[in-house]
Design a binder for this molecule. Sequence first.
Ligand code: GLN
Length: 466
Amino acid sequence: MIKYSDFLEKIQKKETTCVDFTREILDNIEKNKHLNVFITVCGEKALAQAAESDKRFSEGNPRKLEGMIVAVKDNISTKGIRTTCASRMLENFEPIYDATAVERLMAEGAIIIGKTNLDEFAMGSSNETSYFGNVLNPINNEYTPGGSSGGSAAAVAAGLCHVALGSDTGGSVRQPAAFCGTIGLKPTYGRISRWGLVAFASSLDQIGILSADAADTARMLDVISGADAKDSTCANMPPSQTFDRLSNSPEKFTFGVISNELLNNCSTDIIDAYNFYVEKLKSLGGEPRVISLTNPKIWIPTYNILATAEASSNLSRYDGVRYGFRAEGEDDFVTRTRSEGFGMEVKRRIMLGTFVLSSGYYDAYYTKAQKARRLIYDDYNRIFNEVDVLLMPTTPTPPFKIGEKINDPIAMYYSDLFTISANLAAIPAISFPAGSSADGLPIGLQLQSKHYNEDILLQLSNALSK
Ligand code: GLN
């Protein structure tokens, strides 16, 4: 993995230039083609941006992210650069505008190196539902990199970028970060504009950041967060200022520890890592308190009703008239476009979502799930009156093998057990690297905190990495 801070040092010592460095990365991408990380590589554009960065450095006026190599998940809109959502439906779709996050990072001198592979429309936990084929975990190629931001996590882990953008609707930044040994931050809902993020479940979706280093995540967050007139669900707040405060980790804090009953859903590798990090947090000045979460059993059902309901509505726009793929011929072309354009998992979710929204079942499923979501939200509010942060596993197990769960959707959905509650409660959460399993595979653990308190998550992750 490569860190932007190390790169800046090399630039200052004149040991490299942005153009040379970008070339090196492009070579590495070529050498790692078998991982299937990128759907599109933006070589020429990246080199042009790098030349501009070199000029800025030599003139002594670099911008905040000058020369930072960024990979962008391919469900985030990039002007003139194909944005596919890893779907046949958008195989050749070129947006006419940049996502706000992309616009902001480019305005500060970051270089877009390419668009990363993902589960189709961000639906999945293994990157196996992509129309462009699955991604291999760079640590061990027999394993999945997690999903749906599997390409972004693999890009960071394989050193093919400094920082990657992902999206997290139910864990899609944190789970692949855990599987690939990187940091993955899902900010508070509304912290980063969703303008240009292709909608999956709009009330849960949030752009997130994957990187090797809390400092790099903080730098990126400070640039892309903050109010945006183009997204009415984006909080009317100034951008974060976490980078400057990164070392101000609190000397005393309280942290929540989950009950053994909940922890016992995990494999022993994860339980051991969890207990080890309880001690580490204590050594940083943390006081543990056992927290009872009143309703973990309802997390997965609630998520699967709300996420599929919203997805079925959001995806109705792909009809062959307005965007992307259109089936041949005139008769029934809408039906055929959708049958041929979407993959299995996406269809499953559209059908589930349509069912829970249908008039006879709306109250029994959708209304009930909305009420359940409120309980989860209130539960977290209660918890964060008691503690500053909550320590959770990111995943119940270390990475699983390619093919292991793809034919068992329920087992796949359960791998999100510990991540989806943060989306339902709209709180920020971070997955940080927490050692490896007996088989040498990465393990991640998660810290969650109250709304808009990304600072403490990055401060503690930074302190824990020392
Ligand atoms: N794995 C979850 C799902 O398939 C989360 C996806 C996401 O966060 N985009 O729904």
